[in-house]
Design a protein around this ligand. Structure first.
Ligand code: NAD
Ligand code: UD2
Length: 309
């Protein structure tokens, strides 16, 4: 195993900290760069001697350069992950969600670090492809600053790939769920909100009729893909959707949570969210072509793990 660390930006957050655990478990050294705006030190095994934590901002070019120096590869997860935050404050979130990526590209060029795994989002498709399995060639329609920053980040990573030898492995995540996903904002992932409220016996709000569907992917399964992307001889060209091509409605989700907990608190239906996508499901043929699919953690098993965490 390489002595050079893997840099995980956003490594104190939900997906990042799950990845850090897996990297440390297989013997990697890990450097985390996180400004703790959403992430928490409590998510990280701070006493592990193979973990180095750098508190700071990916918008700080000098700091990013120092963080990248000497690393074997990078997984770039740092971003303001709330779409609504980008709508409310596009200037500030752009610093994290786009300038951070550009700083990273420059730092990797400077230090000749090639491999970078990037967390893009199904948000780049906007409402296009809705109701079908959405493939990667679906016309892009970034409807929010968050989506525009993700798509621009993809384009810059590809440019640095062509021009400067970076090896970007770009994933477009659909709906990731699991332990450490923060339920504290109304725009947090629906599973983190529903499970927390159900466990606390608090009423649950469903926006709309609850027949809307999502393609839910358990975080440990995602981590397996991120590790493969770090290790692959060559990266898959272009971007790759991460989803199971499976549609689960909110009603089905609530039924499963209710079964696991032996009941549910009151469920209220409110007006649908403006701009809410009705059906979101990934065409995952490129994922299957380029990666070994993890053994799927079923929604039920993933929910059980989350409820026990
Ligand atoms: P998260 O908020 O738990 O993790 C993001 C981390 O980045 C946090 O620890 C936060 O403190 C850190 N961060 C934010 N701005 C930063 C900055 N300027 N400098 C340094 N650190 C900064 O969210 P997550 O769900 O783990 O998301 C990880 C990545 O995956 C994000 O890029 C997100 O956009 C992307 N993504 C997530 C989902 C999902 O379903 N969770 C879907 C699509 C894409
Ligand atoms: C996800 C991503 C978003 C973007 C988008 C791209 C998260 C948190 N959001 O948005 O970043 O990538 O996909 O398509 O991963 N809902 C309720 N009650 C609640 C909360 C949510 O009914 O308390 C509904 C919500 O209206 C939606 C569904 O649950 O219909 C899923 O909501 P979400 O915020 O978890 O995710 P999504 O798909 O809107």
């Amino acid at each position: 195993m390489s002595e050079q660390p893997i840099l995980v930006t956003g490594g104190a957050g939900f997906i990042g900290s799950n990845l850090v655990d897996a990297l440390l478990a297989r013997g990697n050294s890990v450097r985390v760069l996180d400004n703790l705006s959403m992430g928490k030190l409590a998510n990280l095994p701070m006493d592990n001697p193979r973990l180095t934590f750098i508190e700071g901002d990916v918008a700080d070019a000098g700091l990013v350069s120092r963080a990248v120096a000497g690393c074997a590869a990078v997984v770039h997860l740092a971003a303001v992950a709330s779409v609504q935050a980008s709508v409310d404050d596009p200037v500030s979130t752009h610093q994290s969600n786009f300038i951070g990526t550009l700083n990273l590209c420059e730092a990797m060029r400077e230090h000749a670090v090639r491999r970078v795994v990037f967390a893009s989002s199904a948000a780049v498709y906007g409402n296009n492809g809705e109701g079908q399995a959405i493939d990667e060639n679906t016309a892009k329609s970034p409807l929010t600053p968050y989506a525009a920053d993700k798509l621009a980040s993809e384009h810059y990573l590809q440019f640095y790939g062509r021009q400067h030898g970076l090896e970007p492995a770009i994933f477009r995540f659909f709906n990731i769920f699991g332990p450490r996903q923060d339920p504290s904002s109304p725009y947090s992932g629906v599973i983190s909100i529903f499970t927390q409220r159900a466990q606390q016996g608090l009423p649950i709000s469903v926006f709309g009729d609850g027949e809307q569907t999502r393609d839910f992917f358990f975080v440990a399964d995602l981590v397996e893909l991120l590790l493969q992307a770090l290790d692959a001889q060559q990266v898959a060209p272009g971007a790759v959707n991460v989803g199971w091509n499976e549609a689960v409605s909110l009603k089905q989700l609530l039924a499963q949570i209710g079964e696991l907990l032996g009941g549910l608190p009151a469920v209220t239906h409110l007006d649908g969210r403006p701009g809410d996508i009705r059906h979101s499901r990934a065409d995952n043929r490129r994922l299957i072509e380029h990666y070994r699919l993890p053994v799927q953690t079923s929604l039920r098993d993933g929910l059980a793990a989350l409820l026990n965490s």
